[in-house]
Ligand binder design. Structure first.
Ligand SMILES: Nc1ncnc2c1ncn2[C@@H]1O[C@H](COP(=O)(O)OP(=O)(O)OP(=O)(O)O)[C@@H](O)[C@H]1O
Length: 512
């Protein structure tokens, strides 16, 4: 497929607000795409690079190049050329990269150049596009949209499903069933302001401890155990304790969902940083396991003995979990019959906080498992408000912070897929964090204007704040009070950052 086709469709999709028109445009595009174009076309449409990071900064893109008069570049050419730019390293690499980028831009028409600039600086990012693309794909291939959606949920990737559908037709969907050994995206939670609000919304529910560790999905098939993160990375080799624990359980074919945590000598949870460090360390696993031993705590069962449990109500999935997993390895919970029983939920929250955990997750008893979605039937309640925001820019620091990128510009997702700036912060950063963020943000830089460095919106940072206040200076009409950095969330993509809409909904006192 020619890049020019994609660039024009991308422009038209962005320009129309009608969902049905977007779907029709994408369906036409998919009809013309080869299965091998898909791994490039889908991320490009959403404004993502299949290579992830390329470190192509604004300096390389800054120079204008006369555009080609006729389109000739295919999407696969462009992808290969960008991979080549990313591969140039070492002394003189900046000049080498500049030359390759110049050649690419010279081969592109003006519409293609604009598309590539947007792609490389993160501006074409269209957050809400994946859902529309699923519909477009269904229309192009004659597959039922609901079946495509479920296949995407189970495959954890639109690209994988699109490629199979375009190559083999609707029959390819049979290959995407819940299977032990193939991870699925985990179900996520919405936020509620209080336990009373959560119980009021859900009625009969389980109130569970919210453990501040790392989400894990554990697959066991006989003696084979695999462990995946919420981004579906395989971390089996880093957590030998989990494999051992899985082999002790009663069943021999299952998929469980849970959290890995570490406890100190007094049985209180160790910090998230210690667990993250442990899970992130690949080198001397035995030494890491000796200094920070971890254990799993499970809260859901997705498949048992080859039976897919996803559509069963939580009560039934939990009964299966309880059959396989002994109580000490299950999350602590209280069953609450509804709002009249709210005091029991409050007591459980207070007790959970006293034991050092960060809050609770309130779960509807009758709800299915919505893999890959932020289901309305899981509501988390934490006393400290935090938001996951995207770093849009950073300012060079002064004094002790000279040479470091310090003051962060923070954005939440807006309805159109762009990011709306909510405010700035230079608080809460450790020295190690400053060094790390300076390095990462420099790689992501797209423009430098005075002391402000604009970056590709890729880094997600967790921010604590004391409240919202009205502000005419910021696009959403509000700004954060006393925002401070808690930690970077490298396990989250910008598409998972909090939205302006949910933020405003959580603060009716400001928007009234
Ligand atoms: N009992 C539990 N049930 C479900 N998730 C739990 C539970 N205990 C801890 N968690 C963790 O909480 C997360 C659910 O919150 P959410 O979906 O908003 O993700 P999150 O943004 O990572 O949450 P946060 O940033 O508040 O930790 C899960 O991904 C999981 O890692």
């Amino acid at each position: 497929m020619l890049l020019s086709r994609l660039a024009h469709v991308s422009r038209e999709v962005a320009a129309t607000s009608a969902r049905s028109r977007k779907i029709a445009l994408l369906a036409e595009l998919f009809r013309d795409a080869d299965a091998d174009d898909v791994p490039i076309v889908i991320p490009y449409l959403a404004g993502r690079l299949p290579q992830g990071r390329l470190g192509i900064g604004w300096k390389l893109l800054g120079r204008p190049v006369t555009p080609a008069s006729e389109p000739s570049l295919t999407v696969r050419d462009v992808d290969a050329r960008l991979t080549a730019v990313g591969a140039v390293t070492g002394t003189g690499s900046q000049a080498g990269r500049g030359r390759l980028m110049g050649e690419l831009m010279a081969a592109a028409t003006d519409v293609e150049q604009a598309f590539l600039r947007g792609l490389l600086t993160g501006e074409v990012r269209q957050g809400a596009l994946d859902a529309v693309a699923v519909e477009g794909l269904a229309e192009a291939t004659g597959a039922p949209p609901a079946d495509v959606r479920r296949a995407v949920m189970l495959a954890g990737s639109l690209q994988t499903v699109a490629r199979a559908l375009l190559a083999e037709g609707p029959g390819a969907l049979d290959g995407f069933r819940l299977t032990v050994g193939r991870p699925v995206l985990p179900m996520l939670a919405h936020t509620a302001g209080s336990v009373a609000e959560a119980v009021g919304k859900l009625g009969a529910c389980a109130v569970e401890e919210k453990l501040d560790g790392i989400r894990v999905q554990l697959h066991r098939d006989g003696d084979h155990v695999r462990i995946y993160t919420r981004t579906l990375d395989d971390i089996t080799d880093r957590l030998p304790e989990l494999t051992a624990a899985a082999l002790e359980l009663k069943g021999d074919r299952f998929i469980l969902d849970g959290e890995v945590i570490a406890l100190d000598g007094n049985g209180r949870p160790r910090s998230f940083q210690e667990i993250a460090g442990r899970v992130g360390s690949r080198v001397d696993v035995a030494a890491a396991a000796a200094s920070v031993p971890v254990s799993p705590v499970f809260f859901d069962a997705l498949s048992v003995d080859g039976r897919d449990l996803l559509d069963l109500p939580f009560t039934e999935r939990h009964a299966e979990l309880a059959r396989l997993v002994p109580e000490p390895l299950r999350v602590r919970r209280a069953l609450v019959s509804g709002p009249d029983d709210g005091a029991a939920a409050e007591t459980f929250l207070a007790d959970t906080l006293a034991r050092g955990h960060e809050g609770v997750v309130v779960k509807a008893l009758d709800a299915p498992y919505s893999a890959g979605r932020r289901g309305a039937s899981w509501l988390k309640v934490k006393p400290v408000h935090t938001l996951d925001l995207v770093v849009l820019a950073a300012e060079w620091g002064h004094g002790r912070r000279t040479g470091k990128l310090s003051n962060l510009h923070l954005g939440a997702r807006a309805a159109d897929g762009s990011f709306a700036m909510l405010g700035k912060t230079f608080k809460g950063m450790t020295d190690a964090m400053l060094t790390w963020q300076t390095e990462r943000l420099t790689e992501l830089a797209v423009e430098e204007n005075g002391s402000v460095v604009t970056v590709r919106p890729e880094l997600v940072v967790e921010i604590a704040y004391d409240g919202l206040q009205k502000s005419t200076r910021y696009p959403a009409g509000v700004t954060l009070r006393f925002a401070r950095v808690v930690r970077y969330r490298e396990d989250k993509t910008p598409a998972e950052a909090d939205t302006v809409e949910t933020l405003l909904a959580a603060h009716p006192e400001v928007t009234r």
